[in-house]
Design a protein around this ligand. Structure first.
Ligand code: XCC
Length: 515
């Protein structure tokens, strides 16, 4: 094993501890948008070489995070459209958004002005206006953040979710298995990792013809395959290397997003063949089998099954016994809820009869920089008073803790399936005869990892939900930015932004904000 391979093999938690985050960048206080810098604006009185103040730098950084996240979600939707040979829908936001919100966004100037693929131009404009010497008004940049959040929500989350359900079917509630224990030492194991359904669904169809093949999912591809087909979910984002490290994975098939570059070296340390399927997600040492339509997806799936079948004989001797001695049994969890299968009327009645205080959506990533168990414990306690909806990698943590019961905790799928949560919020508020912002809805991203979390948070903020951000607080370093966001959202919706990175403090923050 080479030295660099050894580095890849050490765990993500160890590497996070060894790589302390930059204390300037973590608060979005570093401007590196031109080559006179990077300028570090550690206090409110400093200005960058070009004269940008701290509020401007922080606002620009938030918008760039949001644009990155929206590009990923809208790119996912666009790739799915291409795969299906469809065009981008017209007037989609108008059709999907509650009419009162559409008018409100129009009246305050945050409604995306373009349509269809024109939304990509708005994402590009967000990058343009944050380059050197364009938009110097941080308040205008924060309005752009809401605009990009709206685009992310509808042209990303809603569109991707709708296309997937239309082509591959609606998820339904089911009991499914979670954890590394899903890997079967007696079978050919293929892991599917990433986000888009294009390659993943074809593999599920092909694998069904081969009794000796065990498919397992990783991250959001895994979550959506589990919700739709009941495919076991082996790992979330911080455990992806551990899947390969079992020594029992013959092929790791990846597409886009949250696929750690370390997998390339990690697979080299074992017999695992790394297979890339997206033209924008290439990796060193990988076999590239591009998927662009149904034909290439089916061909890729046949080849992967062949490659993996040959690989099983190359496992390290003793790998099976080692795995069986260490791996626990898979955990059973209730997954696969959607806007269709959650009873909004029943939930509203529980609230109206004061059996619960409100509804919390716990979305997104888990981070090696946060105490994952402490957050799970906090939300377990909160579930005594609130109904919890969850998606993405947080859902895996709740599943492992045995919390996904379809009563207090509902698993709504992958991160683009946060569209389900938006639809459920809308349905509950319609049952109540109120607006979304008049309801006790909190959206929490306790352990953000990717830029997508920022875009999702801004989308829910634009809907009128209160927002909780755990670690890190990219919004919090500049008081002008915080005040502007709080005042804007408070005036529009009376919603709150809770910045709280200690799980123990969250309950108090929720209660003191009247949620
Ligand atoms: Fe985050 Fe989506 Fe990635 Fe997991 S997989 S780390 S975006 S929760 Ni979606």
């Amino acid at each position: 094993m080479t030295e660099s391979a050894m580095t890849a093999v050490s765990g993500i938690d160890e590497r996070a501890a060894a790589m302390q985050p930059c204390q300037i960048g973590i608060h979005a206080l570093c401007c590196k948008h031109c080559m006179m810098g990077p300028c570090r604006l550690m206090n409110e009185n400093r200005k960058s070489v070009c004269g940008a103040d701290q509020a401007l730098v922080v606002a620009r950084n938030i918008l760039r995070f949001a644009a990155g996240g929206a590009a990923a979600h809208c790119g996912h939707a666009r790739h799915t459209l291409d795969f299906l040979g469809k065009r981008a829908p017209r007037r989609y936001i108008r059709k999907k958004a509650p009419p009162y919100l559409y008018e409100l966004w129009d009246s305050i100037g945050v409604l995306p002005s373009r349509d269809g693929d024109g939304h990509f131009f708005d994402i590009s404009e967000a990058i343009h206006l944050t380059t050197f010497g364009v938009d110097a008004d941080f308040r205008d940049i924060l309005r752009w953040c809401l605009r990009i959040g709206i685009i992310d929500g509808y042209f990303g989350l809603y569109l991707a979710t709708g296309l997937e359900h239309g082509k591959w079917g609606f998820p339904k509630p089911r009991r499914a298995t979670v954890s590394l224990g899903c890997i079967d030492p007696g079978k050919v194991n293929i892991a599917i990792h990433g986000h888009e359904p294009l390659a993943a669904s074809a593999l599920v169809e092909e694998a069904a013809r081969h009794e000796n093949v065990n498919l397992v999912g990783v991250c959001c591809s895994g979550v959506s395959l589990q919700a739709r087909y009941g495919v076991p979910l082996a790992a979330h984002v911080t455990l992806q290397e551990d899947v390969v490290r079992t020594g029992l994975i013959e092929a790791m098939v990846v597409d886009v997003q949250c696929v750690m570059p370390s997998l390339s070296e990690m697979c080299e340390c074992f017999h695992t063949r790394l297979i890339t399927t997206s033209g924008i997600g290439r990796m060193p040492n990988a076999i590239h089998l591009p998927v662009t339509d149904a034909g290439s997806a089916a061909e890729m799936a046949r080849k992967v099954i062949g490659i993996a079948g040959e690989g099983k004989t190359k496992r390290r001797p003793g790998a099976e016994a080692e795995f069986l001695a260490k791996a626990g049994k898979p955990v059973k969890a209730l997954v696969g809820f959607s806007g269709r299968s959650v009873d909004a009327k029943g939930l509203w009645e529980r609230y109206e009869k004061k059996r619960i205080r409100g509804f919390i959506a716990v979305v997104g990533c888990v981070s090696p920089r946060s105490d994952r168990d402490a957050w799970v414990t906090m939300f377990r306690e909160l579930s005594e008073e609130y109904v919890i909806f969850t998606t993405g990698c947080m859902g895996f943590e709740f599943a492992r803790a045995g919390l996904l019961d379809g009563e207090r905790f509902f698993h709504l799928g992958s991160c683009v399936n946060n569209a389900h949560i938006a639809e459920i919020f809308r349905a509950i508020s319609e049952e109540a005869g109120r607006r979304i912002d008049e309801m006790p809805f909190l959206v929490s991203a306790p352990m953000a990892v990717t830029e997508k979390c920022v875009a999702i948070g801004l989308f829910f903020a634009a809907l009128g939900c209160s927002i909780h951000l755990g670690y890190p607080h990219v919004f919090s370093a500049n008081q002008q930015v915080v005040s502007c966001l709080e005042e804007t959202l408070g005036d529009l919706f009376k919603s709150r932004i809770l910045l709280c990175d200690h799980p123990r403090n969250l309950y108090g923050r929720i209660r003191e904000n009247g949620l």
